[in-house]
Design a protein around this ligand. Structure first.
Ligand code: NAP
Ligand code: G4F
Length: 320
């Protein structure tokens, strides 16, 4: 019999890649979507007929219980969250509700309706924040720097707590930044590649950004959803860092993206205080040795390949 997977956040970047991956493996995929006045299935349009959708919201326990009871999943991937760091300062309580308490609500549903299932929590390298060691591994202490990161730290700890309290198979993947042509346009990578494509095609003149000095360990989302699945195939629930082990600044990203279309970023980029954050995460770099050794996972897409893939995709989308 085919395995059954419930994905929350299936309309997001990671949800779309994970759904594709699990369908290819022969899973029955159940996708949780929240009610909206307009359809929001752009990233999964090509596979939507293969997914069974269920309407539910991280704020509403009854809807989560119903989704869990109806799908009776073998595997639950909790990817839904308010995931944009700047919004977490303007909507800190909502972010805590979605990104933090939402995890407890899903775990409670699992405990009541699918206690034998395996659970994946989408934890984040943002939890390391003002980093305590370089590179960061599964034992590095957290120092969150935004309401989003605080909420994610809660989500991580409650996942570990339900594993220890109730013996649930609850794994936490501490994923470093991962990007793709399906990344939301407000995140810096996609904002840059979309901006480069617009400038190249004569549709824009400038690109306004915040700090260019922040450094991130950027990988490819398609690689990272494989790691999520591997964590749930392991014989015991655990925490895993998923990262490339390399870090690059926003400035490096700009150089590669603009060079790819024969332009110099210094001629187009302006800094705008609106995009500066009240507290910044200066540098993230992950130690992926545990995932490599125990899960046999490794990234397949280099930084340069990632940047050029995203620029080419945005050029094509804009008709270039
Ligand atoms: P994303 O593109 O922003 O997708 C977020 C998803 O959550 C969307 O499907 C969204 O639905 C859904 N959602 C938001 N609030 C909800 C609610 N109240 N009820 C139900 N669904 C809700 O995020 P992503 O990049 O795919 O990331 C997936 C997860 O990994 C997130 O939890 C994120 O915080 C975490 N993470 C991401 C990264 C990264 O670099 N991408 C790194 C570490 C951790 P709508 O389409 O309706 O808005
Ligand atoms: O692309 P970002 O918005 O991603 P950020 O804040 O690192 O968070 C992402 O990765 C986390 C994993 O570590 C996820 F948990 C989270 O959900 C999200 O997916 O910003 C990256 C860096 C920051 O230092 C930011 O200050 O880019 C800098 N930046 C500079 N100018 C900008 C901009 N970020 C955005 N979004 N927009 C700018 O104009």
């Amino acid at each position: 019999m085919a395995k059954r997977a419930l994905i929350t956040g299936i309309t997001g970047q990671d949800g779309s890649y994970l759904a594709e991956y699990l369908l290819d493996l022969g899973y029955d995929v159940f996708g949780m979507v929240r009610r909206s006045s307009t359809e929001n299935l752009e990233r999964i349009d090509h596979i939507k007929n293969d997914i069974e959708f269920m309407q539910a919201d991280l704020l509403d326990q009854a809807s989560l219980d119903k989704a869990m009871d109806t799908s009776r999943p073998d595997e639950i991937y909790n990817l839904a969250a308010q995931s944009f760091v700047p919004t977490s300062w303007s909507q800190p309580v909502l972010t805590a509700e979605f990104t933090g308490l939402g995890v407890t609500r899903i775990l409670e549903s699992m405990r009541n309706f699918a206690p034998e299932a395996k659970f994946y929590q989408a934890s984040s390298s943002e939890m390391y924040g003002k980093v305590r060691e370089v590179p960061q591994n599964e034992l590095t202490p957290f120092h969150p720097r935004s309401p989003y990161a605080v909420a994610k730290a809660y989500g991580h700890h409650i996942t570990v707590n339900y594993r220890e309290s109730y013996g649930l198979f609850a794994a936490s993947g501490i994923l470093f930044n991962h990007e793709s042509p399906r990344r939301g346009r407000e995140f810096v990578t996609r904002k840059i590649t979309d901006g480069v494509a617009r400038i190249k095609l004569g549709m824009a003149e400038k690109l306004a950004l915040g700090t260019l000095d922040a450094q991130r360990d950027w990988g490819y989302a398609g690689d990272y959803v494989r790691a999520m699945h591997l964590m749930l195939q392991h014989d015991q629930p655990d925490d895993f860092v998923v990262a490339t082990g390399q870090t690059h600044s926003v400035r490096n990203f700009l150089e590669v993206a603009f060079n790819h279309v024969g332009l110099n970023y210094e001629d187009y980029v302006v800094q705008d205080p609106r995009y500066m954050r009240p507290a910044e995460v200066d540098q993230l770099i992950g130690d992926n040795s545990k995932a490599r050794q125990i899960l046999g996972w490794e990234p397949t897409v280099s930084f340069e390949q990632l940047v050029t893939m995203m620029v080419d995709s945005d050029l094509q989308l804009l008709g270039g």
